[in-house]
Design a protein. Structure first.
Length: 282
C-alpha cells in the first residue's frame, strides 16, 4: 500500500498547550538505523511539550519517546517484532512484550498500530469512566476490553481446519463445558495417547488443552454475564468452573476485572436498548 501524507494546520508551537501528545508510527522515520536517536527537529518539538502533559505512542512511536529519554526507568511496550531491538537499544527501560499497551504515570505506549485503539479506549476510560469508553467502543465496533495481550498475535504455523487432528476433541469439549473434563477423556476423543494429544494440541491451538479449556469457559461465562441475569454461582456451574470462587479467580486472571464488574459494564450499557446486539466481538 502506498504511503500518504497527513497535512496539519498547526506547527510545533501547538504542543505548548497540548494536554496529550501522541507519537505515531512512521516507517521512514523509524528504520533500524534511526531508532537510537531522534532528529533535531523532533527534539525541538518535544521540548515544547509543557510539564505534566500526557505522552503516548503508537506502535514503533515508542522508539521516539525512548530516544527522547521519556521512557527511562519506566515500563513500556512496542510491536512484538521490534521488542528485542528495543531492549538492546534501551536496557534501562522495562519492556513488556506481552501486553497491548502500558500506562506508567502519564507516559503510555501501545503495541501494534491496532493496539492504539486499545490505548485510546483506556485513556477515555481513565478520563471519563467505563460507560463512556464502552459507548465509544460499541460505536466504533471494537471490544471495550480486548482479551489477552499481543503474544497471541506472534506468528506461528496455523493448522488448516481440515488438518486439525484435535478438532473432534475441541468440539466435544465445547458441547460439555459445564461438566468436568479430563485430559485422557479428550485424548480418547481424538484417538490419541495423552502425550501425543497434548503435543498435537499445543501445535494446533498454541495453548495446552487445559489452558484452552479455561479460555473457552471464561468466554462462556462472558456470554452468560452479558446476555442473562443468572447469578454468578449458576454461571460458574454452567461454564464448568464449579464454584463462584473459581470463576472469579479465572475471570480476574484473564480479564483483570470481576464477573460482577464485567456485568455492570456490559449489561449496564445494554440496558434501555431496543434490541440485543449479541456479544461483543472478541
Amino acid at each position: 500500500m502506498p504511503d500518504f501524507t497527513v497535512n496539519v494546520p498547526l506547527g510545533p508551537e501547538a504542543l505548548e498547550s497540548a494536554d496529550t501528545v501522541f507519537v505515531p508510527a512512521a516507517q521512514e522515520d523509524y528504520e533500524p538505523q534511526e531508532r537510537g536517536r531522534i532528529s533535531a527537529d523532533v527534539a525541538r518539538a518535544l521540548a515544547r511539550v509543557r510539564p505534566g502533559a500526557r505522552m503516548a505512542s503508537i506502535c514503533t512511536g515508542s522508539f521516539v519517546l525512548a530516544a527522547a529519554g521519556l521512557l527511562t526507568g519506566r515500563r513500556a511496550t512496542t510491536h512484538w517484532k521490534s521488542c528485542e531491538e528495543f531492549r538492546a537499544l534501551y536496557p534501562e527501560i522495562e519492556v513488556d512484550a506481552g501486553v497491548l499497551y502500558t500506562d506508567d504515570a502519564g507516559v503510555l505506549t501501545s503495541a501494534g498500530v491496532a493496539s492504539g485503539i486499545d490505548l485510546c479506549l483506556h485513556m477515555i476510560r481513565t478520563d471519563h469512566g467505563a460507560e463512556v469508553a464502552n459507548k465509544v467502543a460499541r460505536g466504533t465496533v471494537v471490544p471495550p476490553h480486548r482479551e489477552g495481550g499481543q503474544a497471541q498475535y506472534i506468528e506461528r504455523p496455523v493448522t488448516p481446519p481440515e488438518q486439525c487432528s484435535t478438532g473432534p476433541a475441541r468440539e466435544y469439549a465445547l458441547e460439555h463445558l459445564g461438566r468436568p473434563l479430563r485430559l485422557d477423556e479428550l485424548a480418547d476423543r481424538a484417538s490419541m495417547s495423552v502425550r501425543t494429544f497434548n503435543r498435537r494440541f499445543q501445535q494446533e491451538a498454541g495453548l495446552t488443552p487445559m489452558q484452552w479449556l479455561t479460555q473457552q469457559r471464561v468466554d462462556r461465562a462472558r456470554q452468560l454475564l452479558e446476555r442473562t441475569d443468572l447469578p454468578v454461582d449458576r454461571i460458574a456451574t454452567d461454564a464448568g468452573f464449579g464454584t463462584g470462587t473459581a470463576l472469579r479467580q479465572h475471570f480476574h486472571a484473564a480479564l483483570g476485572v470481576s464477573p460482577r464488574a464485567y456485568r455492570r459494564t456490559f449489561r449496564g450499557a445494554a440496558s434501555g436498548s431496543s434490541a440485543s446486539s449479541g456479544p461483543v466481538g472478541l
